[in-house]
Ligand binder design. Structure first.
Ligand code: NOJ
Ligand code: CA
Length: 714
């Protein structure tokens, strides 16, 4: 069994300082300084500094409970404890094979002055690149079960920073990012024009979601998010435009309450990452470090993979998810009337299995295989989908047997149309069905409003639902890719079978809407991806004219940029999303998708600027091969990549997949060129990226005695 957690060095010193007279405490870690202070009104607060610059000025902390119990003022310090941790651990899969967890912890134990048997702790962990802090309700006689009315956490910024934001929506993250100063945020204006999103609840004009990426005029990159979101609603932020104080807003339930809890309880961590270099934000492992180690002991069944799928043909109108156009029109024997356009038929699925098998893709996803698609979208009904009943033209046994002979794993699809209660009723049978037919992975979906009615995708009830699904899946050795679920918070450390999720605006928006602007993929790593991998579904090669009846619709990237996304958008589950026939004319470029890894020993963030460009190099797990992805926004640029991470004194063969000289995303997106060179750690690649373009590079060691006629890269 693979050892999950290797604790190399762990130092823990506990200093129990009884109530300090000045009610202050301070922690320094590298360039980061955190100050805690309890003011004269008994209100806890903190401030954060980086390299002498203020990141967060004095900001209040606390929570108020329903029923007048306030843990935000009139508090007194019981004790302050400090501990240090310096250890390493190995993720089951990831961007690197070893993660350092090196932090200083400050625990402030507080009690209510007027009810001294009511207790709360505030725990800070200070890392070299930021801080995480959370509230803990210890087991206590004064509080057994309680309801959170408000969390009062503040993040008081120093100025009108540039922000990369999406509206604070209780139900979806599927927005384009707006880049504006904090004072120009207008969530209503954005949500009003986002007509392509099925569910929208945006109650606060000055509300934004996390991860929120910020850049200050004095050169700081600041990222605010949360870690280990368990049994609690997601945190959004209200921006006070008068003083740039951001306050936590928890997603409520139908009654307006935020969370129903029992002591002992620990809230998720609030995270603030900071650096003067954008690349440090992308390299940060603090959010993962703040999550608990894996609760799954045996993890060797969890396999990162690339997959093809009966999917993009639905998105582009070639075929349908549904077997029948109507649920209420049946033939004389009471059967659905087939529409003749159903994509998930046995013969078509076999074509995808063949394609995956020939090209070394490990999996095939099939959507639209089960009853329910004739009666789902927007209906807000329970019991629509049956997760064990295939349509008559989908022979699950035959498909499973065929896939097995081809060495391909099938990926299950469970679209719930928001009826989470119905899904929970079917969980047991659904996962037994997956086991019976050999499906090691499931893509779940929550399109539409949530049932139970009044709940939101990002409220406490659904957060618990997503965790229950992960637990059930783990019991059945199934990995999960959740669509329309809450945005991730590093929980894949605790549940490594949580291999990906959507929770953002994926490539699919280029099929059914005006699409994702070229800068979109340069912002995602700084926002959505901070919490965990994304099933973005890259690899579209037919970039224009793919959508039936929509001749002008196009993907807003070049083909080379689609390749680069396999590296810049990290996920252990990556789709080759286009139709097999659309790859046929470009098999030389498809070679990169065949070769690129999905699990890594190391990752180097070479250069990055949110909204402008991202260049990342990654070393494939257990090999000496490297893959590089470089992407740009609507502006062309040259990515400059020193290969100094390669082994000293070694020679390598580099294959460069580049935008052709005359390529650009709008008019000539499919023009690319492929060249090969000998490279060494001394090489400095200078790759020209077209407008909306990108570059992908694969690098492998030159074999001893291998004769090649490529030139040395100059
Ligand atoms: C939206 C998902 O993002 C997409 O991938 C899926 O095909 C549809 N819902 C149907 O479940
Ligand atoms: Ca830009």
């Amino acid at each position: 069994m693979k050892k999950l957690l290797i604790c190399l060095i762990s130092v823990a010193i506990a200093i129990n300082v009884m109530a300090q007279s000045n009610n202050n405490a301070e922690i320094n870690k590298g360039k980061v300084k955190l100050k805690f202070e309890l003011d004269e009104k008994g209100r806890p607060g903190y401030s954060l500094y980086f390299d002498g610059k203020t990141v967060i000025q004095h900001s209040l902390l606390g929570l108020n409970l329903v029923g007048d119990s306030e843990f935000s003022n009139q508090l007194a310090i019981v004790a302050i404890e400090k501990t240090s941790v310096d250890k390493q651990w190995n993720p089951v899969w990831g961007e690197v094979n070893t993660i350092n967890d090196n932090h200083e912890q400050l625990t402030v134990k507080l009690k209510q002055k007027n009810s001294p048997n009511k207790l709360i702790n505030i725990v800070f962990r200070v890392f070299n690149d930021g801080v995480g802090f959370r509230y803990e309700f210890p087991k206590q006689p004064g509080l057994k079960y309680f309801t959170v009315a408000e969390e009062l956490t503040e993040f008081h910024l120093t100025a009108d920073h540039k922000a990369f934001w999406i509206p604070a929506d209780y139900d979806t993250n599927e927005y384009k990012y707006t880049t504006s100063s904090l004072s120009k945020i207008d969530a209503f204006a954005v949500s009003k024009i986002a007509t392509d999103i099925a569910v929208r609840v945006v109650p606060d004009q000055n509300g934004v979601q996390t991860p929120l990426m910020l850049k200050s005029a004095n050169g700081l990159y600041i990222n605010i998010h949360e870690a280990a979101l368990i049994n609690y609603p997601a945190m959004q932020l209200h921006v006070n435009k008068a003083d740039f104080n951001l306050t936590a807003q928890l997603v409520p339930d139908a009654t307006g309450n935020k969370a129903y809890l029992y002591a002992p309880f620990k809230t998720p961590w609030r995270t603030i990452l900071v650096s003067n270099k954008a690349v440090d934000i992308l390299a940060s492992k603090t959010i993962l470090n703040l999550n608990e180690p894996s609760v799954i002991e045996k993890t060797d069944w969890i396999k990162p993979m690339k997959f093809a799928g009966v999917w993009w043909e639905y998105q582009t109108g070639k075929s349908t998810w549904s077997y029948a156009d109507r649920a209420d029109t049946l033939d004389a024997s009471g059967n659905l009337l087939p529409n003749g356009k159903h994509g998930a038929n046995t013969a078509n699925v076999k074509k995808y299995i063949d394609f995956a098998s020939v090209n070394g893709l490990q999996g095939v996803l099939v959507e639209g295989w089960n009853y329910g698609w004739e009666d789902w979208f927007g209906n807000w009904k329970e019991n629509v989908f049956n997760f064990t009943k295939p349509y008559p033209d989908f022979d699950v046994k035959e498909i499973t047997d065929y896939a097995a002979t081809k060495g391909v794993k099938m990926i299950m699809h469970n679209e719930t149309s928001g009826s989470a209660t119905d899904y929970e009723r079917q969980l047991d049978t659904a996962y037994k069905f997956m086991n019976k037919f050999g499906y090691p992975a499931v893509k779940t979906g929550y399109v539409g409003k949530i049932i139970p009615r009044g709940e939101h995708h990002d409220g406490q009830w659904m957060i618990n639902h997503y965790e229950r699904v992960l637990q059930k899946a783990a019991k059945h050795n199934v990995t999960v890719d959740a669509h329309e679920a809450v945005r991730p918070t590093g929980l894949h450390r605790t549940y490594p079978n949580f291999v990906a999720s959507e929770a953002g605006r994926g490539n699919e928006y280029n099929a059914f809407s005006d699409g994702n602007p070229p800068e979109h993929e340069t912002i995602l790593p700084f926002t959505r991806l901070m919490g965990g991998p994304m099933d973005y579904t890259p690899g579209i090669f037919k970039l224009k004219g793919y959508a039936a009846g929509m001749p002008t619709r196009q993907v807003h990237t070049t083909l080379a940029k689609q390749l680069a996304l396999y590296v810049t958008i990290y996920s252990p589950l990556q789709m080759a999303a286009d139709l097999p026939e659309n790859y046929q004319a470009y098999m030389d470029a498809f070679q990169f998708i065949k070769d690129v890894a999905v699990d890594w020993d190391d990752s180097k963030i070479i250069e990055a600027e949110p909204g402008d460009y991202v260049t990342i190099a990654r070393k494939a797990k257990g090999t000496s091969n490297w893959y590089i992805g470089a992407i740009t926004d609507e502006n062309s640029r040259t990515a400059v990549i020193p290969l100094n991470f390669l082994d000293k004194d070694k020679k390598y063969v580099a294959t460069l997949y580049l935008d052709a000289d005359n390529a650009d995303w709008q008019n000539n997106p499919q023009a690319y060129k492929i060249t090969q060179y000998i490279v060494s750690p001394k090489s400095l690649l200078k790759l020209k990226l077209a407008q909306g373009g990108g570059a992908a590079v694969s690098i492998r060691p030159l074999q001893a005695n291998e004769k090649v006629n490529f030139k040395q890269y100059k």
